[in-house]
Design a protein around this ligand. Structure first.
Ligand code: BJW
Ligand code: ZN
Length: 252
């Protein structure tokens, strides 16, 4: 781990002084569980697959089987993974601070399986598909699908209510975020006295705007990420390292 003791100690102090913490997680926190991120060099999904052909409503209209099959492969990865030390450290955080709100961009359920309560999912869930036509939720069969690397073409199931096609329950590019989730996230950031950003490249809006809101409001910010990060502002502390190592050290 490359986090310097002085930075870590400062972060521990900030945390000890905070009563209300807002946490934003991204794909990086699940990377150590074996779930690929989107933009990491070589392993990122959008480095290997074309987002426009898979993660847009147009893509689903044009090739439903390709899109559904790819997401079944992604769902298989999630169901075969376990929460890691980073997810577990955030459970400990929620038990330690008076008011901890956990906002995730992730479409997996690893925060919930680790034991985090009331997770706000900004980009939906791979585990809760719904009808593309009428929005009716679709219940998936139990068990872990067995899919090849990168997925294969599979026709999506049909809606039990209107016979429309079932789509993955995630937020695609060009789609609005779930209103309640977004307003809960904005409120959490406005009301917090510390903002923690973990494992996100901050490239996707409006989720990335939460960091900007926190900065504009002069909140102390702690960023946890092994990648290159700008560490410009005085109230922003960057802990450079994997979440599964840095978060437990922060909570020790
Ligand atoms: C580690 C680690 C370890 C590695 N420990 N860290 C303003 C400007 C420009 C464009 C827009 C804008 N506002 C909106 C847009 C358009 C678009 C957008 O933002 N595009 C940008 C990419 C340019 N946004 C949207 O379309 C959003 N909707 C919207 O704006 O609605 C209004 C609207 C309606 C109608 C018309 C127009 C607008 C919706 C965005 C939905 C994003 N969906 C995805 C896919 C979800 C489904 C799926 O899973 O397939 O969500 S894209 C993908 O990116 C996924 C993620 O949640 C999201 C964020 O990625 P994240 O989590 O940051 O992952 P990475 O890979 O980018 O970063 C990982 C980080 O972890 C790295 O930094 C690593 O270093 C680090 N890491 N290992 C800690 N061990
Ligand atoms: Zn329907």
């Amino acid at each position: 781990m490359t986090v310097h003791d002085t930075q870590l100690n400062k972060a521990v102090d900030w945390l000890a002084q905070s009563r209300r913490v807002a946490v934003l997680t991204g794909a990086g926190i699940s990377a150590e569980s074996g779930i690929p991120t989107f933009r990491d060099a070589l392993t990122g999904l959008w480095e290997r697959f074309e987002a426009a052909d898979l993660a847009t409503p147009r893509a689903f209209r044009e090739d439903k089987a390709l899109v559904w099959g790819w997401y079944e492969w992604r769902r298989m990865q999630v169901l075969s993974s376990e929460p890691n030390a980073g997810h577990r450290a955030l459970v400990a955080l929620s038990q330690r601070v008076e008011d901890c709100r956990l906002i995730t961009q992730n479409v997996d359920d690893l925060h919930e399986r680790a034991g985090s309560p009331d997770v706000v999912h900004l980009h939906g869930s791979l585990l809760h598909p719904r009808c593309f036509a009428c929005g009716h939720p679709h219940v998936l069969p139990d068990g872990i699908p067995d899919e090849p690397e990168g997925g294969r073409s599979i026709q999506p199931p049909r809606c039990e209510r209107c016979r429309g096609y079932v789509r993955p329950g995630v937020v695609w590019f060009g789609e609005s975020l779930p209103t309640l989730a977004w307003s809960a996230a904005e409120r959490a950031v406005r009301e917090c006295d510390l903002f923690l950003s973990i494992g996100t490249s901050g490239q996707v809006f409006p989720a990335a705007g939460l960091h900007q809101i926190a900065a504009q409001q002069g909140k102390p910010i702690i960023v946890i990420n092994p990648g290159e990060l700008a560490d410009g502002r005085s109230r922003e502390l960057c802990l450079r390292g994997p979440a599964g190592e840095v978060l437990p050290a922060l909570m020790a």
